[in-house]
Design a protein. Structure first.
Length: 69
């Protein structure tokens, strides 16, 4: 959720969890429809935060490199 801190602008959700599939026990209600990848501004740059690791999925190995560009 947004931090409501003036020096930390709100983020933009870029992807969402749509299922509760996980290797750890987490209540599905906490995961489903919550942001999984968010982006935003920070100082003079941009920040990308990703909860899952799509680069570890066959066919998505390029994800981090493309996200940085």
């Amino acid at each position: 959720m947004p931090a409501n801190v003036e020096l930390l602008p709100d983020f933009e959700p870029l992807a969402f969890f749509r299922t509760g599939v996980a290797k750890i026990v987490t209540p599905v209600s906490l995961v489903v429809n919550s942001p999984t990848i968010v982006g935003g501004n920070c100082g003079k740059g941009r920040v990308l935060v990703s909860s899952p690791h799509p680069e570890q999925t066959v066919g998505l190995e390029y994800f981090v490199r493309k996200a940085v560009r």
